[in-house]
Design a binder for this molecule. Structure first.
Ligand code: BZD
Length: 803
């Protein structure tokens, strides 16, 4: 598309869609019109990709995830199509601010955090590698809540992201399917003496797919993210007469992860899980029928991935279709199902392992329940005599009145993977050890990755351009080529240029901070960043304790040498997680205290940015000097913000947890600040039960002062929250060992501050972090999934031509 064609198209679309002239358009109209143009640009490739897959009978993978977190799509689509520079300059020439146009777009925030973002990074990489892989999820009417701080407290506001339309999606009426809930299922004998399930009084809902194109980077591949929305089918209209009744139905896809602290919320969640799973599996089977292949070979054409346990019902739903709709035997259906399914575990936290009350599943999903019961029965029967009874009881799916979804996933799939080496090892040795005894060949590791296209090329153009200038552009397609930057570690000119790029990003963030919070920060201070969901195990509180220590040091000795630092937080807490919310309040109050203390004189600033999401992450990450990755060892499955920050040249302060271990191996000990308990030490404490937070407190006056600040009025306005935090550390014995790790944490922080003064040394460390980050590209991660688990490959275009 030439510049002239673009302007003409834009002019026409603004006129047609808004009855306006381009000259009078605002960024809102411009955004929609450019979005339409972009969509039109990839429409043909999207169609062709689907045709190519169909004609070639391509084996495809389907990534089932209850969350996707793509963020904004205008800039990334423009970049993938190679149109970014032309469109940007043209829009600016027309007298608009391109940034403002981009800012019109609502984040597509259909996820909570790492798990949902990983799903979106994977889709980007699949398309960019020309791999036939699609997403399947839920089109929530409301994304993750918008976070506001009122008086330092988190307040949740609805995120009506669809209010002004969504230019990227296509509603596919003709591909709607029905999903059935409730009713009774009984077995009826057929003429040939078999038993067939017959259902009555089911509630039928219509699942309508909305497809979004996932545009590959500089190639012609456009894969599909299919999100399902619920509707009342016409045939059922009569059953839902009142508005309340209809609303009950429509609630199903209304909000992401409804509060699960009450029964109604939990039931909605279970229904969501079945809804998108059943719709997705039915649509896969319907597509497969178009290939005109026997159902007995479906596993040669389909790979289904279960992202955490939320889509676990893929397993019984596939069984249902093969058994009930295709009349296959149990054994044949089971063989096909297991060979199609694979599962990723994202946590070792016991409380996060999903279980459903048996009665709830039995009542609301009766056929699913029957099938799960039969899977469980056969599992127990087949293993009895071969393995100890207690092992069988620990690994079976139904235990007491609960259904264990992770057990279902492992038993019903051919592959179970963790998301970092340490995590996968812990799955084998501790968390899922019993299963490892049963199925050692099913376990494998796939360390997470990120897409540098969004997190470096797009978010950090100053750095990306500099990398191009230094080593050429090949890294944009082959991220490990960034390793070539290692040749410039001692090159002062290059180091200075990198420092300038960072400074430019810090300046931009400083502006944003001032605009949104009124806090002025100095761009030459250390920008120290912790961005992730707020959770006790991630230990934002440890960071806050260190901040308090620095504050007291300065108060005691205002003349001391102190390297200025800006601590930047971004985090949402689950609406029902009161402890996490208490920490947010405490951080905000400490910020208030320090930012206004004249003695501190701007040497410390604490900034908690509201509403952390993908687009805010894109602003923060390029400007970070320091990346806080300080979860208690063994608790963070992998982490991915660690990889994004590293790629942007931030230096990691890290515990030996999750993928931090692999980051250290990549950059070397001298280019990362590690501290804290190791995995072995943590487990030793668990075994020996001899951790005493009180004893540590009693012996350390600094810790006493820091902790007392939460309850003695030093930090104002946190009476209740301060007490809760204080008690969690002392009365409840500090579940995540903050007190034990506090001193070593402060030590590495002090060293870091000193090193920061040595600009050459720091800049070299920073460069090395970027140089070594290529291996954490999700391009390689998905390639490993493609090779080892899904067995999918790009269409061989040459073969296609030969044929
Ligand atoms: O998944 C996260 C882990 O905590 C990270 O360590 C890891 O890097 C990422 C990606 O593998 N887990 C989540 O983000 N989990 C959730 O968001 C979640 C959502 C719903 C229910 C339970 C967990």
């Amino acid at each position: 598309m030439t510049r002239e064609e673009f302007i003409e198209d834009l002019r026409n679309r603004v006129r047609e869609s808004f009855a306006m002239e381009l000259e009078t358009a605002t960024p809102n109209e411009l955004f929609v019109a450019i979005g339409q143009i972009v969509r039109a640009c990839y429409a043909k490739s999207w169609h062709n990709t689907r045709q190519r897959y169909l004609v070639n009978k391509q084996r495809q993978s389907y990534y089932f995830s209850i969350e996707f977190l793509p963020g904004r799509m205008l800039k990334s689509n423009l970049m993938s199509l190679g149109l970014l520079d032309m469109v940007r300059s043209t829009v600016e020439e027309l007298g608009f601010e391109f940034e403002e146009v981009l800012n019109v777009e609502n984040d597509m925030a259909l996820g909570n955090g790492g798990l949902g973002r990983l799903a979106s990074c994977f889709l980007d990489c699949l398309a960019s590698r020309e791999l036939p892989g699609n997403g399947n999820g839920i089109r929530y009417d409301y994304g993750l809540f918008k976070q506001q701080f009122v008086d330092g407290y988190q307040v949740e506001l609805p995120d009506a992201w669809l209010k002004s339309g969504n230019v990227w999606e296509v509603r596919r009426e003709s591909e709607a399917v029905e999903v059935r809930f409730g009713g009774n299922v009984y077995m009826q004998p057929t003429k040939d003496g078999k038993l067939k399930p017959v259902a009555e009084n089911e509630r039928i809902l219509r699942a309508i797919p909305y497809d979004t194109g996932v545009v590959g980077y500089h190639n012609d591949t456009v894969n599909t993210l299919r999100l399902w929305s619920v509707e009342v089918p016409e045939s059922e209209e009569g059953k839902y007469r009142s508005i309340e009744e209809r609303r009950m139905v429509e609630d199903l896809t209304a909000v992401l992860y409804p509060d699960d602290s009450n029964e109604q919320g939990r039931l909605t969640r279970l229904s969501q899980e079945y809804f998108f799973v059943s719709a997705g599996i039915q649509s896969i089977v319907r597509y497969y029928k178009k290939l005109k292949m026997p159902i007995s070979r479906i596993n040669e054409y389909v790979a289904i991935h279960i992202n955490d346990t939320h889509p676990a019902l893929c397993i019984p739903e596939m069984m249902r279709i093969l058994l009930d709709e295709f009349d296959l035997s149990w054994e044949k259906s089971w063989g096909l199902t297991v060979s199609m399914m694979s599962y990723t575990n994202h946590t070792i936290m016991q409380e996060a392992l999903e279980k459903w009350p048996l009665q709830m599943v039995k009542y609301h999903l009766p056929r699913m329940f029957q099938i799960i019961e039969e899977i469980d029965r056969r599992f127990v029967t087949n293993l009895t005599g071969l393995y100890p009874d207690d092992l069988i009881q620990r690994t079976r799916i139904i235990q007491g009145d609960q259904i264990h979804m992770a057990n279902l996933c492992i038993i019903g799939s051919h592959s179970t993977n963790g998301v970092a080496k340490l995590h996968s090892d812990l799955l084998k040795s501790v968390v899922l050890h019993d299963f490892y005894v049963l199925y050692p060949e099913r376990f494998n590791n796939k360390t997470n990755g990120i897409t540098q296209r969004r997190w470096l090329q797009q978010a950090n153009e100053p750095l990306a351009n500099l990398i191009d200038k230094t080593i050429g552009t090949s890294w944009r397609k082959e991220p490990t080529d960034m390793e070539r930057l290692m040749n410039y570690c001692e090159d002062n000119e290059v180091l200075v240029a990198f420092e300038q790029a960072k400074q430019q990003n810090k300046l931009a963030l400083a502006k944003y901070i001032e605009k949104t919070t009124n806090i002025k920060v100095q761009p030459n201070a250390i920008f120290d960043v912790q961005i992730k969901r707020l959770h006790a195990y991630k230990r934002q509180l440890l960071n806050l304790m260190h901040i308090l220590k620095c504050y007291f040091d300065l108060k005691d000795n205002p003349e001391m040498d102190f390297v200025p630092r800006v601590w930047i937080f971004g985090a949402k807490a689950a609406p029902s997680y009161t402890y996490a919310k208490a920490i947010i309040k405490a951080i905000n109050e400490v910020a208030n205290l320090i930012n206004h203390d004249p003695i501190i004189n701007d040497r410390m600033k604490v900034v908690f940015l509201e509403n952390y999401n993908v687009s805010l992450a894109e602003r923060i990450i390029p400007a970070a000097d320091v990346s806080e990755q300080i979860s208690l060892a063994t608790k963070e499955a992998s982490g991915t913000s660690n990889m994004k920050l590293m790629s942007n040249g931030a230096i990691t302060v890290a515990t030996m947890d999750g993928a931090n271990v692999e980051i250290r191996a990549a950059v070397g000990d001298e280019n990362i600040y590690t501290f804290g308990l190791t995995e072995e030490e943590v487990y030793r404490y668990y075994e020996q039960g001899n951790y005493s937070a009180q004893a540590i407190y009693d012996q350390d006056p600094v810790i006493q002062r820091v902790l007392n600040a939460f309850v003695d009025g030093t930090i104002p306005n946190i009476q209740r929250e301060g007490q809760e935090i204080f008690d969690s550390l002392l009365r409840y014995n500090d579940e995540f060992f903050l007190l034990k790790d506090f001193v070593p944490y402060c030590q590495v922080q002090a060293k870091l501050s000193q090193d920061y003064l040595n600009r050459e040394k720091w800049q070299k460390m920073s460069l090395i972090n970027t140089a070594k980050s290529g291996i954490f590209s999700a391009d390689y991660t998905v390639q490993r999934y493609a090779d080892d688990i899904w067995q999918i490959a790009p269409v061989d275009l040459h073969k296609e031509k030969r044929n």
